[in-house]
Design a protein around this ligand. Structure first.
Ligand code: GLV
Ligand code: MN
Ligand code: MN
Ligand code: MN
Length: 418
């Protein structure tokens, strides 16, 4: 780019209303009565969401490629298409009671950057791409962050294809059913640099009165399925002394998950988010309980210690109660630091745009964690109301979303101009 073109890019601003309207339009697909979105991965609603994004991409003159795990790449040519693209994006699958912004913002902010460059006839040196990653949320199929995991080699395609949902439906069949089983080999696709815009999903930026978070890294995470097996029997006639109550024992281990995270403050996190009780009848002593454990920590040794503590408690409970307790690890990713070059660029762009920025660590997982292992990566956070996310009431202000998108435009243009 000539210095005149660079100056023009510095003066560019994205269209806040267009970005907001697109977010609201996408949020209508799977809209819930409480104002949120339920658009779980590889459902018919996910297909409709993808179709809408593809339509918008084509209208913006972007080419569309889908890979074998259903990741979609929306490409805008540069002056030199032999250069690796500068990529941005996130995910459009949601939690069952998700919000309008988690993930969706990152994809539509990328699209808005492309639309703005189109409006002003600006062509970057390297090509630009917006990507949606398949199944970031991990609520219907594990592992979480699946599309980016397969893309970067952290998860094999075979393992991802074999994942099943609660009804036993296989991921590969659902991907094919919704028409997004693409032909491109995942990872056969260089990335020059990757930037992901996202709502913070936590309370820090709002509490500190900052508009932009320059994300320095992400907590590591390990997920387990825990099964406690006792024996079903009658709630009235079985004496307290001879019960093998799986739920009573499971609940002690569940308490330990939170207690362990408290011991590992401030970075430790421990959550039991899903519980299944069998046979789940009022007057039957539960014979089996299956529950999820989500552990997170800022460093991998800390995360490993938390796992050891949970395993030790499980062993102690097995010995003292005689019930069987099994822990199966179903998903894991290490703590990840982002590229200082990308973090600096985000901070500089925020300063130039007169937004108040701060460095921040992400407690939530993001596709950027996987991408960071293969390309220089950074994330741009904007505040969300009350720090609430993974909730239908999730909300972000249009001006903050626009600010993050303006920062995204500047860093993408900077990195694409090699
Ligand atoms: C993904 O949403 C996660 O951080 O669990
Ligand atoms: Mn997300
Ligand atoms: Mn999420
Ligand atoms: Mn997430």
């Amino acid at each position: 780019m000539t210095s005149k073109a660079k100056q023009r890019v510095r003066e560019l601003r994205i269209d806040e209303t267009r970005l907001w309207d697109s977010l609201m339009e996408l949020a209508r697909i799977g809209a819930t009565p409480k104002g949120g979105v339920c658009r779980q991965a590889l459902t018919d609603l996910d297909r409709q969401g993808r179709d809408l994004v593809v339509r918008w991409a084509r209208e913006a003159g972007l080419s569309v490629t889908v890979d074998r795990i259903g990741n979609g790449f929306l490409r805008r040519s540069g002056l030199d298409d032999s250069l690796p693209p500068i990529v941005t994006g996130s995910h459009i699958d949601t939690q069952p009671t998700g919000g309008k912004f988690d993930g969706n913002y990152g994809v539509l902010a990328g699209l808005e950057v492309m639309r703005t460059l189109n409006d002003h006839g600006i062509v970057t040196q390297a090509p630009l791409e917006v990507v949606w990653w398949t199944n970031e949320e991990g609520c219907r199929f594990v592992p979480v962050m699946m599309g980016s995991g397969v893309f970067t080699g952290a998860v094999t395609l075979e393992h991802a294809y074999a994942a099943t949902d609660a009804e036993g439906k296989r991921l590969v069949d659902e991907l094919s059913r919704i028409g997004y089983l693409g032909a491109q080999e995942p990872g056969h696709h260089p990335i020059g640099a990757y930037f992901e815009a996202h709502i913070e999903q936590g309370p820090v930026l709002e509490a500190e009165g900052k508009t932009i978070g320059a994300v320095t890294g992400v907590l590591g995470s390990r997920w387990f399925d825990c099964t406690v097996t006792g024996m079903e029997s009658h709630a009235g006639s079985t004496p307290m002394s001879s019960r093998r109550d799986a739920l009573q024992v499971a609940s002690v281990l569940m308490q330990e998950v939170a207690a362990c995270a408290h011991r590992h403050a401030p970075d430790g996190r421990g959550t039991v988010g899903r519980v299944e009780v069998f046979p789940n009848s009022r007057n039957v002593i539960p014979g089996r309980v299956k529950f999820s454990i989500d552990l997170r920590h800022g460093d991998d040794a800390g995360c490993a210690e938390m796992v050891d503590e949970i395993r030790a408690k499980a062993a102690e409970l097995m010995a003292s109660t005689g019930l069987d307790i099994r822990l199966e690890e179903v998903s894991a990713y290490p703590a990840q630091a982002f590229s200082p070059r990308c973090v600096d660029a985000i901070t500089r762009a925020s300063d130039d745009l007169a937004y108040v920025a701060m460095p921040i660590v992400s407690g939530a997982g993001h596709d950027a964690v996987h991408v960071a292992r293969i390309a220089p990566t950074g994330m741009i956070f904007v505040p969300c109301r009350g720090g609430i996310s993974h909730n239908e009431i999730e909300h972000a202000e249009p001006a903050d979303l626009a600010a993050g998108c303006n920062v995204l435009l500047q860093v993408m243009a900077e990195f694409a101009d090699v």
